[in-house]
Design a protein around this ligand. Structure first.
Ligand code: CAA
Length: 258
């Protein structure tokens, strides 16, 4: 029996494949999904044999949002008192890369979860949206902020105010997704991409992730300085010597992770 009620976890070499598995609710994100995902992502982050994770859903839905039935009866005191959804911030503190492989609906919290990942690979069937306004609320897991960063104010504002969905083509044009792949190939392509990342020197992977993310929190000169310091720091690693020696000697690098 899996220790996870709402996830299927597989290790494929150095890649952890996490499949959201609440088909009866189109993978709606309830407290159990959050608890399972946090446990799974912590285990992944702590496992030195694992270099990159992929999160995916079903062919029909990556995730159709936060669980509306769970929130329906909650009042302000319950929401504010428990700082509802704050747990998702923990998910974003994962230091190794996480790829979202999205097919079908990524709506509300589903779109927000995909955007919390380091990048999104979209099936040609993917549909993204922040339809919370139709429920008389707003995004609550970072969607208004991350969508605005990803696609700019005009599209983010239009999507949040109308609740309309964006298809994969539009999402790629707008910069929300890295690439579109045929739905049938989505998971294999995401795992292959994750394996490429997992094959890189582990400290350089963490540093690259950390510095691109810094671009969303820092001003330009501060961010460029942060980049340079991390770059300098990697010259204190054995893998930098190995990587540059391997290039000069025309052979693949053999990483030690230090
Ligand atoms: N929460 C709880 N249950 C959900 C759900 C959600 N977000 N989305 C779908 N479901 C459930 C449905 O209630 C239904 O269950 P029952 O069979 O028990 O009625 C089951 O999943 C299948 O859904 P549908 O019958 O609706 O499937 P469909 O193919 O007709 O429609 C859909 C698909 C367009 C995605 C539609 O399900 C839908 O609009 N879902 C809600 C989308 C939404 O509003 N998401 C935002 C949620 S709020 C949020 O996420 C807040 C935040 O910022 C964090």
């Amino acid at each position: 029996m899996s220790e996870y009620q709402t996830l299927i976890i597989e290790q494929r070499g150095a890649v952890t494949l996490v499949t959201l598995n609440r088909p009866e609710a189109l993978n709606a994100l309830n407290a159990q999904v959050l608890a399972d995902l946090l446990a799974a992502i912590r285990a992944f982050d702590a496992d030195d044999s694992q270099g990159c994770a992929v999160i995916t859903g079903s062919a029909k839905a990556f995730a159709a949002g936060a669980d509306i039935k769970e929130m329906q009866a909650m009042d302000f005191a319950a929401m504010y008192g428990s700082d509802h959804f704050a747990g998702w911030d923990v998910f974003t503190r994962t230091r190794k890369p996480v790829i979202a492989a999205v097919a079908g609906y990524a709506l509300g919290g589903g779109c927000e979860l995909a955007m919390m990942c380091d990048f999104i690979l979209a099936a040609d069937t993917a549909k993204f949206g922040q339809p919370e306004i139709k429920l008389a609320v707003t995004p609550g897991m970072g969607g208004s902020q991350r969508l605005a960063h990803a696609v700019g104010k005009a599209k983010a504002m239009e999507m949040c105010l109308t609740g309309r969905m964006m298809d994969a083509e539009e999402a790629e044009r707008a910069g929300l997704v890295a690439r579109i792949v045929p739905a049938a190939d989505l998971v294999e392509e995401a795992v292959k991409t994750a394996a490429t990342i997992a094959g890189m020197a582990p400290l350089a992977v963490k540093a690259n992730k950390e510095m691109v993310n810094a671009a969303f929190d820092m001003g330009l000169s501060q961010g460029v300085q942060f980049e340079r310091r991390l770059f300098h720091g990697l010259f204190g690693t054995a893998d930098q010597k190995e990587g540059m020696n391997a290039f000069v000697e025309k052979r693949p690098g053999n990483w030690q992770g230090r």
